[in-house]
Structure formats: C-alpha cells, structure tokens
Ligand binder design. Sequence first.
Ligand code: ADP
Ligand code: GN1
Ligand code: MG
Length: 366
Amino acid sequence: MRTESIEGALECFQLEGMVSGYRSYGSGHINSTFLVNCDTEKGRRRYILQCMNKDIFQDIDGLMSNIASVTEFLRKKIIANHGDPERETLTLVKSVDGKSYVKDEEGNSWRVYLFVEDTISFDVVEKPEDFYESGYSFGHFQRLLSDYPAHTLTETIPDFHNTSARFRQLQEAVKNNKAGRLEEVKAELDFVMARKEELGMAMNMLKEGKLPLRVTHNDTKLNNILMDKDTRKGICIIDLDTVMPGLSIHDFGDSIRFGANTAEEDEPDTSKVALSLPLFEAYVKGFLEGCEGSLTEAEVDMLPMGAKLMTIECGMRFLADYLNGDVYFKIHREKQNLDRARTQFALVADMEKKWEQMKAIVEKYR
Ligand code: ADP
Ligand code: GN1
Ligand code: MG
C-alpha cells in the first residue's frame, strides 16, 4: 500500500488530535490493516485504519451498511446491559463528510474504527480457558443478534458457506488449472472426492427447514475476537465483513477448525495436525453457555458436523486458490495455500477418527 494513499485516507476521517504515526497491523488474510497513533491534548488516541479488499468485497456499500447497522444494534443492547459500547463492539469513526467509509481515486475503500485498548488477540490458543472464553463470546454474539431482522442484511459474499458451491468452485479451478499446479494436488482432490456426498448436508437441512437461518458472523477465527489483556475475558467480536444470514453450526465449526487444531493453519508438517479434544470440549462448553439455550436440538446435534464441514470447506477454498495462482488469500511464501489446504484435510481425517468422542462431548454439555 502506498504511503500517500494511507496518509490521504487518514485525512478524510474525523480523528481526534494529530496523526503522529501508523504501522501495518494484525495477521488477517483479507484486508490491509493499520494501527494509527494520534496525539491529542488529553494524551494518545489510537485507531484502526483498514483498506477493504475490493476484489473480494464487490458491494462495499452493502457491506458497510451491514456493519453500521449491526454495530448500532449491538451498541444499544450493550448500553441496556450497562456495558461499555466502545469496548464491547466495534465503533466506526465517521469521515469528514459524515460517511462510514471513503473511496479514494484509485478505487480503494477505507474505514476507521476506534482501537479497542488493552486487549489481545491470539493466532494460536495458549490455554483451554482462553478458548472457552472465545466460545462464550461467539455464542453470546449469536444470542445478542437473535432478534436482529436477518432479511435486512446484504449477503456480502453470496454462497460464502455453501459447501457444495465451494466444491463446484474447486471443480472449476481444477478444470481451468490456471497456475498449472494440478499434478501436485491429486491426493488432496481424492480426499475431497471421497467425501463429496457429505458436503451438502447442512445446507440441505436449511432448505428442508431442519436448521434455522440466523444472523451469523461467518468468520469466527480466534484472531477475530479481542480479549482483555489482564482478565483474558472475551471483550469484542471484530472482523464483521461477513456478518450475514447463515447457520450457527458454521460459526461454531469455523472456530473449531482454526482454534482446536494442534498445529497452525499453514503448518507444512501435517503430522503435527490433530483435533485437540480438550480444546474442542472447552469451546463446546463456552459456545453453548454463551448461546443460553437458544439453539434448537437439531443445531446442537449438528455441531460436530459443522466443524467437519467448515474444515473441509476451508481446505477446498485454499486448494482452489492454490490452483488459481493464489489470488484470494494473502500468502507470505510459496505453497502456503497448499500447506493450508493440507492441514485442513489432515484435521478432517483426525475428526473422523474422533467422531464418537466429539459427539459424546456435545452430549455432555447440551
Ligand atoms: P482481516 O479481515 O484481514 O482479518 P480484521 O478486521 O480481522 O482484518 O483485522 C486484523 C487484525 O487487526 C485483528 O486480528 C486484530 O488483531 C486487529 N484489530 C482489528 N480491529 C481492531 C480494533 N478495533 N481494535 C483493536 N484491534 C483491532
Ligand atoms: C479469511 O479475514 P480473515 O483472515 O479473518 C476468510 C475466512 C477464512 C479464513 C481462513 C472474507 O479470514 O473465510 O476462513 O481467512 N475471510 C474471507 O484463515 O474470505
Ligand atoms: Mg480477521
């Protein structure tokens, strides 16, 4: 990102005091994020500046309107619960002309949030208690949004967690073989093909009315929650770009896929990949407590399947991106997307081995 673009963007927002510096921040795969320092008469004020990924998010207006209304809705509930809205949800900072984002001459769209101070976000789980907290917070988020009018939200990325559609996108990538890498991924494709029949399971249950449509986050990775740095309690759910109607079991499953893996998402040595049952248990307990009994029996039954589907789906997305030449997920080294795909499939294989134990854990907390 060019310095002039960043500085130009900063001038467009109603920031307190004078900008005294900024730096690249966080480890997300999608947006470009900067931490901005301002000096004010009262001391330091910090902000998060983000350049939204315009290739991935084609309807920025719809996306920003989702975020503005969801954060406003949460803000009211947090105030009613005597909480601190500037800490417990994201707060958008308005542009000088009163808008929620600005578009620059190069077509890049920028937004600014208040920086939530004294928090940490993790890329790996350090302790089961932290993962319990993460589960509780995502469950609670689900609960807070349970009376949000879902039909008013824009579907920012159509078919985002439609696993069968993701399978079709993978088939398309195989057919096009744009980056000429097909020969390398035969084993991974065989793995997916052997599980083809299962991929449509959750979305079919939605169509048949067996699973309810809810307002969901859709990207419930561990680093999309800020925890208090001292108490390590879950404070604020962030990365709201994909908040839209969806399935609760997908929110549950995406957290498990990322956080209950004993290895990192891009670990090249798949022998290190396993589903940690203690972490799975901590998250199940937290998520169900956070949802406060709001899930249906069928949703609770389907939690393990949500974890499996989100993991195989993400593996297919990484694999398709590898075949397409790494155009979607940011990479920092060669074959990173292939390694990411392989870890996901190794995790699915381990879940299959531990299936009965996963089900027993869900039974224990339902
Ligand atoms: P991406 O979509 O690329 O993952 P995120 O919105 O998740 O982008 O932001 C990237 C990282 O920036 C987060 O993981 C978090 O560490 C940090 N972050 C984002 N928003 C805030 C905020 N308002 N306050 C503090 N940290 C934040
Ligand atoms: C992306 O933005 P980030 O890094 O939190 C992706 C998720 C994937 C995840 C894999 C909008 O999430 O769907 O599960 O990478 N977000 C989008 O790590 O595609
Ligand atoms: Mg993120």
